[in-house]
Design a protein around this ligand. Structure first.
Ligand SMILES: O=C(O)[C@H](O)[C@H](O)COP(=O)(O)O
Ligand SMILES: [Mg+2]
Length: 305
C-alpha cells in the first residue's frame, strides 16, 4: 500500500479543509507544546470558526477538567467552549457514572491530579488518593504496613500523576490484587508526553507498574484515545457525520488509531511524538494516517487567500 500523502501546498490544504465539517483536534503536540501554542494554529482555528466548522478538542491529558482547559485556552488566547472540550478526565467521570453506574457507597482510588478529581466530584463519585497529601509521601523501605484492606474501594482509576510513588502504587495494587470486582481503569495509556520539543514519561508509563505487576490477573479498561469510550462520550453530546470529520493528532497509537476505529479520516502532524520514519521509513507502522502534514499551523496560508 502506498504511503499516505504528505500535504505541502495551499491547494492540498484547501481541498482537505473544504471537505471537513467537524475537526476533532488533539491538544498536546498539535495545538500546543506545553505552554507554547504551535505557530499558525491560532490563525487556523479562527479560519475554522469563520468557516462555520465544528471544533472538538480531544485530549488524553487527564490533568485538567473541562473548566481548567477552558481557562487554559482563554489564557493562550484560543477561542474554546467547555462543551467542545473532551479530556480523558471528563471522559473517565462520564464512563464511571453513566456506563459503570458506579455505586454511591463505593469510592474510587485515584492516581491522578486535581483536574481528574474535579471531574469525579462533578458527577458525584466518591474518591480518595489523588492529591491527598497523605499519599504523596515516601514510606520507610520495605515497610508494607501502609496498605490496609479497604472494602469501600470499588475502583482504581489511573491518570497522569506527577506525584506517583510506591505508596500510591502499593495501595492501588493491593485493592486490585485482593478483589476482582474492583474496576481497573486508566484514563489513557500514552507512553510519552510531548512538550518543549521533546518527550517525558506519559500516563501509560506511570500506570505500567500496576499493569506489569497484575499481568495475567487483571487487565485495565482504557478510556481515552484510541478507545471507543472517548468517542462514545463525544457522540453522546455532539452529532456529526464521520465522513465529513477529520481527527488531527500527533500520536499514531492514540489519535490516528482513534480516527481509524471510528471511520474518521486522520491527519498526522509532525513535531509531537511521531517521527516521519514511522510513516515513510523502511518499516512503517501498520497504523496508517489518511494524510500527513508538518504542522496544523501550515494551513494558516489559507487565511491569506
Ligand atoms: O501522558 C499523557 O497523558 C499524554 O501524553 C498527554 O496527555 C497526551 O495528550 P494529548 O496529546 O492527547 O492532548
Ligand atoms: Mg497529542
Amino acid at each position: 500500500m502506498a504511503p499516505p500523502p504528505f500535504l505541502t501546498s495551499p491547494e492540498q490544504y484547501k481541498e482537505l479543509f473544504d471537505s471537513v465539517d467537524t475537526f476533532l483536534l488533539d491538544c498536546d503536540g498539535v495545538i500546543y507544546h506545553g505552554p507554547v501554542v504551535v505557530e499558525g494554529v491560532k490563525t487556523v482555528l479562527q479560519l475554522m470558526r469563520d468557516a462555520g466548522k465544528k471544533i472538538i478538542f480531544v485530549t488524553n491529558n487527564a490533568t485538567k477538567s473541562r473548566k481548567m482547559y477552558k481557562t487554559t485556552f482563554d489564557k493562550l488566547g484560543i477561542e474554546a467552549y467547555e462543551e467542545e472540550i473532551f479530556g480523558s478526565a471528563y471522559a473517565s467521570a462520564v464512563y464511571m457514572s453513566r456506563i459503570l453506574n458506579f455505586p454511591k457507597d463505593k469510592r474510587v482510588y485515584v492516581l491522578g491530579e486535581k483536574g481528574l478529581e474535579d471531574e469525579l466530584d462533578a458527577v458525584g463519585i466518591q474518591r480518595c488518593g489523588g492529591t491527598d497529601p497523605e499519599d504523596r509521601v515516601f514510606i520507610p523501605s520495605m515497610d508494607f504496613s501502609h496498605f490496609p484492606a479497604d472494602p469501600t474501594i470499588g475502583a482504581v482509576l489511573c491518570g497522569f500523576d506527577s506525584g506517583i510513588n510506591y505508596k500510591k502504587l502499593g495501595k492501588a495494587y493491593s485493592y486490585l490484587r485482593d478483589d476482582p470486582n474492583v474496576h481497573f481503569l486508566l484514563t489513557n495509556q500514552d507512553r510519552v508526553f510531548p512538550t518543549s520539543g521533546t518527550t517525558y514519561p506519559g500516563s501509560g508509563s506511570l500506570s505500567a507498574p500496576l499493569v506489569f505487576a497484575l499481568q495475567g490477573k487483571r487487565e485495565p479498561t482504557v478510556i481515552g484515545k484510541p478507545n471507543k469510550h472517548m468517542m462514545d462520550a463525544i457522540i453522546a453530546e455532539h452529532h456529526f457525520d464521520p465522513k465529513r470529520a477529520l481527527m488531527v493528532g500527533d500520536n499514531l497509537l492514540t489519535d490516528i488509531a482513534f480516527g481509524l476505529g471510528s471511520d474518521v479520516r486522520t491527519l498526522l502532524v509532525m513535531g509531537g511524538v511521531t517521527h516521519k520514519d514511522q510513516v515513510y521509513g523502511p518499516e512503517p507502522s501498520d497504523i496508517r494516517p489518511t494524510f500527513v502534514v508538518e504542522s496544523l499551523g501550515d494551513f494558516a496560508v489559507l487565511a491569506k487567500n
